[in-house]
Write a protein that binds this ligand. Structure first.
Ligand code: FES
Ligand SMILES: [Fe+2]
Length: 410
């Protein structure tokens, strides 16, 4: 029944328009989103440098699924369903922590960092511990970014890996450390959070801090690109070509975007004066004017890689009208707080921007609840919303198994 209803709503969808209301507000469709998207696709979880030592772990929830991502004794990143094989209790409770072994707090079953059950007290002698390992979750690490997939057979990340690595690897994310993390909850559907991120039509009216440094219509394929920006882009491109840093848009289709773009004239970083937030530049950079590599990947991740720090954003839906947005700031591993960087200066632009975006997404959600809501047309500068809604519609069509399913799967 639900699949038929979704197929009907997909049939009503007008390309180039926002989605029919139920896709944003309906609880059943939210559950379908979790199955069709979040339990089948690769989900950005964290950065490897957030769990630098064996035994370090980080937890998150993908829909109803609690997951633990950890670094095992071999130094590799692994992920497991955070659900005990005895009677299902969540094992790791904290958002981040460190454990020599994973011990379930309920009856103290003990798991190795590779997920194997090594102690189950009071169980009979013939109890087969080997049949009760933690359920593994697929993991791929790309330039320090940890992606997890709950599907039995995950889709390929090969194109994404090959596409983004040349842009990101020079920033050496493995040689960074976590400077700060912020988690906020937005009272809005996850798709509104993503849509809000995919356009800067709203920037001029809402983001005074961000627009100190961000070029508003900076995308080369944006119809409103300005001659002034073209000059800036050409000068930057010549410099980046000389440094061997790629900048032209990667071929990511609707799956991902990756591009290096300049900041406003004389601006080098996301700060209120445009000067670097961290004096110790990433990698072995000596040139601070590297603009930013902006990378987005459906369904839940966008990042900025600058000369002096890295920003990573993770979106996790909580319910039809609640979405968690977690932001992490990474700086050079040798940078010292209070000496090389000031935390307020490093974080203030995006803390403010995130909060402004939260208000926009929440207002958007509330307005869509109106009985007068009708899907409205995207502006030309909102072309990335078209990409996103086409991708989403494809996922949902595949989920419903309808006539568009085969096409969407190709
Ligand atoms: S539920 Fe984990 S030990 Fe019982
Ligand atoms: Fe915004």
């Amino acid at each position: 029944m639900l699949k038929e209803r979704i197929a009907g709503l997909l049939g009503q969808r007008q390309p180039g328009h926002s989605l029919p209301r139920d896709f944003y507000v309906d609880d059943d469709i939210f559950r379908a989103d979790m199955q069709a998207v979040f339990e089948t696709d690769w989900i950005f979880a964290c950065s490897t440098v957030e769990i630098p030592r064996p035994g370090d772990y980080l937890t998150l929830k993908v829909g109803d699924n609690p997951i633990v991502v950890l670094r095992n004794r071999d130094g590799e990143i692994a992920a497991f369903h955070n659900s005990c094989r005895h009677r299902g209790s969540m094992i790791c409770q904290k958002e981040r922590g460190r454990a020599n072994r994973l011990v379930c707090p309920y009856h103290q079953w003990v798991y190795e960092l590779d997920g194997s059950l090594i102690n189950a007290r009071q169980m009979p002698d013939d109890f087969d511990k080997t049949a009760h390992s933690l359920a593994p979750v697929h993991v791929e690490v790309i330039c320090g970014m940890v992606y997890i997939c709950l599907a039995d057979e995950p889709p390929s990340l090969a194109r994404f890996r090959a596409g983004v690595t040349p842009y990101i690897a020079p920033h050496m994310p493995d040689r960074t450390k976590l400077a700060f993390t912020s988690t906020i909850v937005e009272e809005a559907n996850w798709k509104l959070v993503i849509e809000n991120n995919r356009e800067c039509y709203h920037c001029a009216g809402n983001h005074p801090e961000l627009l100190v440094t961000l070029v508003e219509f900076a995308l080369p394929d944006d119809p409103l690109v300005k001659a002034q920006f073209q000059g800036l882009m050409e000068r930057s491109a010549t410099r980046w070509d000389g440094l061997g840093l790629p900048h032209k848009p990667a071929e990511g289709g609707n799956e991902f975007r990756c591009i290096r773009l300049p900041f406003n004239e004389n601006c080098l970083s996301f700060t209120l004066d445009g000067q670097p937030a961290c004096n110790k530049l990433l990698a072995d950079f000596t040139e601070p004017d590297l603009g930013s590599v902006r990378m987005f990947r459906v369904p839940n991740n966008w990042n900025h890689f600058l000369s002096d720090h890295i920003l990573q954003f993770r979106v996790l839906p909580l319910s039809a009208n609640r979405t968690e947005v977690r932001t992490t700031w990474l700086v050079h591993e040798d940078a010292v707080e209070g000496v090389d960087y000031d935390l307020q200066r490093l974080t203030e632009v995006w803390l403010a921007t995130n909060d402004e975006d939260r208000v926009l997404a929440e207002n958007n959600h509330r307005g869509i609840l109106s009985r007068a809501y009708r899907p409205g047309p995207y502006a030309p500068s909102e072309f990335m919303l078209s990409n996103f809604s086409e991708w989403y519609a494809g996922k949902m069509a595949y989920f419903t198994g309808g006539p568009q399913a085969r096409l969407a799967a190709e």
